[in-house]
Write a protein that binds this ligand. Structure first.
Ligand code: NAX
Length: 327
C-alpha cells in the first residue's frame, strides 16, 4: 500500500478551509492518491475544528487516510509533503497594512521555523493568507534549510478572475482562455496581462481591441474583485479562494497542461527585471513538482510600467518586514 501524502493546512477552522478541506479530501488535489490531513489552528478554534473533522468523517472519503489536528506547528507540520498556509489574522477596523504585516509576520516567522525543522524533504509550501506574497517571503527567510523554490504565494484566484472577466467580455467559454498572466503582488497593484493571453489561440488584447476598457475597467476590476465579493456576500471570497488554492497546489505537484501556463507568485531569479529574492507573480509552467518561470515574453512600455509599480510595492513591503526584524 502507498504511504499517504501528508497535507498540512493552517487556518483549518476558517471559512476558506470549510471549502478547501473537502476539495482536498475528495480528490481535487491528488486524485485518488491517499492523503493524510494535518490541520493547524489557534487553541480557541480547536473545538470548532473538531466539528469540521466530524463533517470530514461524515463524507466517508475513501482516499482520506487520516486527520490530525493541533495548535503546535512543530507537531502538525511533522513530515508534511505539501503545506497550505491559509490561516492569518484578518485586517480589523483601524488597522493599516503595516499593522497587518506585523501581526501576520509573526505567524509566518514561527511557521517558517517549524517547517524548516520538521517538514518532509520534498515539502512544497503555498501561502494563501494575506498579505500572501510577503508572508511567503517571511516563511522562506525563516526556513533556511528549505530550498527557495519550494515557496509560493497564491495569485491563482486573481488569474482565474482575470480569465473569467475576459471570457465574459468576449462572450466565449472560459475554457477558450489560455496563457493568462498576473504579474506582481496579490493586491490592488497587480497587473493582469492581456498582451500574451490567448482566446481560442488568438491574441486577447487584439480581440478586445479596446484600450480604454482594458486600462480603466478590466485591470481595476480584476484587482478589486475581492472587495466586490465582500460587498455582495458580506464576507470575503471563500469557495473561490479554496478552488484557487487547490488548483495551484495541484498544478505545482502534478503539472500544467501543454501549451498553457498559470500565474504563481514565486521567488524571483531576476527574470523580467523583478529584483532577485522577491516573491512576485509570474507566468510559470510546472512539471514533476517543479515550476519554471516562462522566459522570453516581450514586454511593451505599458506592461513594464505596470510591473514596475507592483514590484515596487513588494520591495516596500520587504523593507518594512526587514525593519520589523521578521526577515
Ligand atoms: P477566516 O478568518 O475565516 O479564517 C482564518 C483562520 O485562521 C481562523 O480560523 C483563525 O483562527 C486561523 N488562524 C489565525 N492565526 C493562526 C495561526 N497562527 N495558525 C493557524 N491558524 C490561524 O479567514 P478566511 O476567509 O479563511 O481567509 C484566510 C486568509 O486568506 C486571510 O488572510 C485572507 O485575507 C486570505 N485570502 C487570500 C486570498 C488570495 O487570493 N491570496 C483570497 C481570499 C482571502 O481573502
Amino acid at each position: 500500500s502507498t504511504t499517504p501524502v501528508k497535507v498540512a493546512v493552517t487556518g483549518a477552522a476558517g471559512q476558506i478551509c470549510y471549502s478547501l478541506l473537502f476539495r482536498i479530501a475528495s480528490g481535487s488535489l491528488l486524485g485518488d492518491t491517499p492523503i493524510e490531513l494535518r490541520l493547524l489552528e489557534i487553541t480557541p478554534a480547536l473545538p470548532r475544528l473538531e466539528g469540521v473533522v466530524m463533517e470530514l468523517d461524515d463524507c466517508a472519503f475513501p482516499n482520506l487516510a487520516g486527520v490530525e489536528i493541533g495548535d503546535d506547528p512543530e507537531k502538525v507540520f511533522d513530515g508534511a509533503n505539501l503545506a497550505m498556509l491559509v490561516g492569518a489574522m484578518p485586517r480589523k477596523e483601524g488597522m493599516d497594512r503595516s499593522d497587518l504585516l506585523g501581526a501576520n509576520g509573526k505567524i509566518f516567522t514561527g511557521q517558517g521555523k517549524a517547517l524548516n525543522k520538521v517538514a518532509a524533504d520534498d515539502v512544497r509550501i503555498l501561502v494563501t493568507g494575506n498579505p500572501a506574497n510577503t508572508n511567503a517571503l517571511i516563511a522562506k527567510d525563516n526556513a533556511p534549510d528549505i530550498p527557495d523554490d519550494r515557496f509560493s504565494a497564491l495569485t491563482r484566484l486573481d488569474h482565474n478572475r482575470a480569465k473569467s472577466m475576459l471570457a465574459k467580455k468576449l462572450g466565449v467559454n472560459v475554457g477558450e482562455v489560455t496563457n493568462m498572466t498576473i504579474w506582481g503582488n496579490h493586491s490592488n497593484t497587480q497587473f493582469p496581462d492581456l498582451f500574451h493571453t490567448k482566446v481560442g489561440g488568438k491574441n486577447a488584447y487584439e480581440l478586445v481591441n479596446d484600450e480604454a476598457w482594458y486600462e480603466n475597467t478590466y485591470i481595476p476590476e480584476v484587482a478589486k474583485r475581492g472587495g466586490a465579493v465582500i460587498k455582495a456576500r458580506g464576507a470575503s471570497s471563500a469557495a473561490s479562494a479554496a478552488n484557487a488554492t487547490v488548483e495551484a497546489m495541484h498544478d505545482w505537484a502534478v503539472g500544467t497542461p501543454a501549451n498553457d501556463w498559470v500565474s504563481m507568485s514565486v521567488v524571483s531569479d531576476g527574470s523580467y527585471g523583478v529584483p532577485e529574492g522577491l516573491i512576485s507573480s509570474f507566468p510559470v509552467t510546472c512539471k514533476d513538482g517543479k515550476y519554471e518561470i516562462v522566459q522570453g515574453l516581450d514586454l511593451n512600455d505599458f506592461s513594464k510600467k505596470k510591473i514596475a509599480a507592483t514590484v515596487d510595492e513588494l520591495t516596500k513591503e520587504q523593507g518594512e518586514v526587514r525593519e520589523m526584524g521578521l526577515i
